[in-house]
Design a protein around this ligand. Sequence first.
Ligand code: HEC
Length: 145
Amino acid sequence: MQKFVPLLLALAALNACANNSASTQRAATAAKVSAVANGRIIFLTGKDSQGFRINAQRPPLRTSCAACHGADGAGGVHLPGGAVSADLRRKALAAVKPAYTLLSLERAISTGVDNQGKTLNPVMPRWKMTPRDLHDVAEFVQTLH
Ligand code: HEC
């Protein structure tokens, strides 16, 4: 037994390090917030549930989805250059075929290509965020009605 003590101590120390690492703690915090709840926070504030700000290919004119599409996603906001923000509520998104899916929403949000393969007005930012945040905000958009 005696000769295993240093090994056990080393293992205990390693374990303590792993538990204290920032990424472990971040993952633990993230796990507490559901996908839709995280997506809602991003939509309303432009930051995810852990406080990371979402970015875009070019500096966005406004920093949250809600600032252009409205907190309820109804859109209709007139923006510089004649752009009008889209209605993101379920009925409006279903009106143009093929209907948006989670994947095509993620594509529109991150690349500006809509469900028909058309390029959206550049006033709609081409968002850059983690795959998880992109998934969560797209999932939240699907709950707007
Ligand atoms: C600076 C204003 C602005 C911000 C901020 C913004 N959008 Fe948009 N968005 C627009 C405009 C304008 C359009 C319409 C573009 C067009 O008609 O070509 C649009 C279109 C869209 C579309 C396509 C809808 C359709 O009918 O095809 C989706 C989806 C969308 N936005 C989601 C989002 C999400 C999610 C966010 C936040 C991560 C966001 N937008 C932030 C301005 C904005």
